[in-house]
Design a protein around this ligand. Structure first.
Ligand code: WT7
Length: 664
């Protein structure tokens, strides 16, 4: 029997591994780890918030701060507020000045195997030249620059160039649609765009510029300048540059050799904005600042990812998401590490592609998502087995819960049973990792992220705010601020307080509690297992999508009267989008309609949000008060036995929907 096809139980995993519930890091790992003493938990607890100087000390400050935390206006916390620094200086210049100019900063590999290598000196040169170009285009301090770019090295160069001149960037994931780009540029009133002609996906060039131009045509205000990177060369789509559009290479030539002094930024000045999905249809502009965010990503890269300047480190995420911001760009570069960037997908040209790159670049630390691991598992261990993965020292995962079986597969087939695994829980809003074992300190328990990191006040509570007993499900909360936290939602302080601080705080008593909207449980050792979102957010392949956003895209399709979207279980993606749709009279629920709905979601958001299944129904299950009972739709999507339906106003629709759904 082909082992790749073996889906039963724990497959080929040895019985010993299958039953083992706790794992220890090897002595070799512990010996070399950046953090290996459990006393760090007490050190942080006893010395809070001053403990966070440890993170700030990883940076070079222009002006030292005098106060670690200012909590005078809760929940608008400020960190290191009177200190000043520049993120680009910290990620680039200081390594050049400290004798590491020839160390590799970025190793880039294109889908077809082209490579580009940037030493810190190369990065310094390009960041300066592009910073000069941005200034020349009129970008001033505090102007938001939108970066709608795929995984090309010009993306981190542009991010750092923005940071250098104090212009916050707002990166929009390249897989998002033209409409999503326009929404984000409008929300931030961003007048500058850096984009790309295209990129490769599974062998084919994609026309990104057409999407960017379409997005631009829907921006409500004047866009002063757009810069277009030429990635495709002769394989491009031949778009002419429009008014106010500039070619990246020509700008760089025009500014060859230019130097721009890094702007001294206040620690609380905005470093970037990142839009993420929430409960309503409108994406939230999460605001991160210069001092706290950079200190926090550097600290967690040091303590959790165990990064050393000599390491070659690879996070396989896309920079268009927070994982890439924090752990491809800012954290690793702040520490002077070599960070790997890969343009393509894991299965092109074949399923060994990632392991080929681990071998080729002798990767020391590898960080990926459970969805990828589940795909590797399905493909089978013969792919990684073909390559020498012995340079790996540490593995990490992020984005969604990892089931113990996938954890153990990763441990055995990628880590050779020698690398600790860090299962890191965090969010766009937290800026960096919050719950994880420290690889040089803690016991690992597959399926559980671990205890809160030192200094992080994470708890699992019931609706009344009391800590739940071990093993009971509750809500994850955080009752102390931390340097990497979001400061607000861009231009919407009210929504910031509503979304994150309302549910579990007791404002009158001065107790402010952050609510990440995840369910969780905790064990006797204080290890936290994340159970998933408790709001209307689905997590598809580790990507966060708002059901409301998808619903409004579907309702925008001609002929659709009403729609409800839920997340259903999916073997590889973790969750997939299931849509239930009521059509207007005169429209039929046929394949053509289904295609139009899927295309509508693709246009409004992007391919990742496309429904896995569309079920047509004359009615949606509603409570007497008229609320759609999503729980039932989830149960139908998962083919589960249905829970209580007695509160339904229209219980008879349920069996109709079930029949329809199973007929898909
Ligand atoms: C949501 C945040 C953090 C970068 C990637 C996603 C889920 C994240 C884990 C984990 C279980 C996880 C949570 C969280 N999540 N990491 N290790 N175990 N769930 O960032 O798009 O802001 O999504 O991802 O539900 O709230 P994001």
């Amino acid at each position: 029997m082909n082992m790749a096809d073996d889906e039963s139980g724990d497959g080929q995993l040895e019985a010993r591994l299958a039953e083992q519930e706790a794992f220890e890091p090897s002595d070799d790992f512990v010996e070399q780890a950046n953090v290996s003493d459990a006393s760090i938990y007490d050190e942080f607890a006893d010395n809070w918030p001053a403990c966070w100087t440890r993170a700030a000390d990883l940076l070079d400050w222009d002006e030292e701060y005098t106060q670690v935390l200012d909590d005078s206006e809760e929940p608008f916390y400020e960190w290191f507020a009177d200190g000043t620094l520049n993120a680009s200086y910290n990620c680039v210049d200081r390594h050049v000045e400290n004798g590491a100019k020839n160390r590799v900063a970025i190793k880039w590999e294109g889908e077809h195997g082209e490579t580009r290598t940037y030493t810190y000196q190369d990065l310094f040169r390009e960041v300066n030249e592009f910073a000069a170009a941005l200034r020349d285009l009129g970008v001033e301090e505090d102007d938001v620059v939108t970066l709608y770019m795929p995984m090309v090295p010009e993306l981190p160069v542009a991010m750092l160039a923005c940071a250098r001149i104090g212009a916050p960037h707002s990166v929009v994931f390249a897989g998002f649609s033209a409409e999503a780009l326009a929404t984000r540029m409008n929300a931030a009133e961003s007048r500058y765009l850096v984009t790309c002609d295209g990129y490769y996906r599974r062998g084919d060039p994609l026309d990104h510029q057409a999407k960017a131009n379409e997005g631009l045509s829907n921006v409500d205000h004047e866009v002063d300048a757009t810069v277009v990177v030429d990635r495709l060369g002769d394989n491009g789509f031949g778009h002419d540059l429009q008014r106010n559009q500039h070619d990246w290479d020509s700008l760089m030539s025009a500014h060859q050799g230019d130097r721009v002094d890094p702007v001294e930024r206040g620690a609380e000045d905005m470093l970037f904005l990142m839009y993420t999905s929430g409960t309503t249809g409108k994406p939230k502009g999460v605001k991160h600042t210069t001092g706290g965010y950079l200190a926090y990503t550097a600290w967690t890269s040091h303590s959790v990812l165990d990064l050393e300047p000599e390491d070659t480190y690879w996070c396989s995420a896309d920079i268009g998401w927070i994982t890439g911001h924090s752990y491809i760009v800012y954290g690793p570069l702040a520490l002077g590490t070599t960070t790997v960037m890969y343009e393509g997908t894991p299965d092109y040209p074949d399923r060994g592609r990632l392991w080929e790159l681990v071998e080729k670049y002798a990767v020391d630390v590898f960080y990926t998502a459970p969805t990828a691991i589940r795909a590797f598992m399905k493909w089978g261990p013969e792919y990684p087995a073909e390559y020498d993965l012995s340079t790996l020292r540490l593995l990490g995962t992020v984005g969604e819960p990892i089931n113990p079986r996938a954890w153990k597969w990763y441990y055995k087939h990628i880590g050779g049973e020698e690398c600790p695994i860090v299962d890191t829980w965090w969010q766009t809003e937290t800026g960096g990792m919050m719950v994880s074992t420290l690889p040089g300190v803690g016991t690992m328990k597959p399926g559980s992220a671990g205890p809160p990191l030192p200094g992080i006040g994470a708890h699992v509570v019931d609706t009344g705010g009391d800590e739940v007993e071990a093993g009971q499900a509750g809500y994850l909360t955080v009752d102390r601020p931390w340097p990497g936290m979001l400061r607000t939602l861009y231009r919407n302080d009210e929504r910031f307080v509503d979304e994150y601080w309302q549910t579990h705080s007791d404002a009158d008593a001065g107790e402010w509690v952050y609510f990440p909207e995840d369910g969780a449980k905790i064990d006797d050792d204080g290890y936290i297992t994340i159970l998933g979102r408790v709001d209307d957010v689905v997590n598809v392949s580790g990507h966060r999508l708002g059901t409301m956003e998808i619903e409004s895209a579907i309702v925008g399709v001609e002929g659709v009267a009403e729609a409800a979207v839920v997340g259903g279980d999916h073997d590889i993606k973790g969750e997939a989008v299931y849509a239930y749709v009521i059509l207007e009279d005169g429209y039929g629920g046929d394949d053509e309609m289904r295609d139009r709905i899927v295309a509508g979601v693709d246009d409004a958001i992007g391919p990742i949000a496309k429904p896995e299944s569309v079920t047509f129904t004359p009615e949606l299950p509603k409570t007497r008060s008229g609320k759609i009972m999503r729980r039932l739709l989830e149960e139908i999507a998962n083919g589960e036995e249905l829970g209580d339906t007695t509160t339904l106003r229209n219980p008879e629709v349920v069996s109709d929907i079930q029949e329809q759904a199973s007929g898909d």
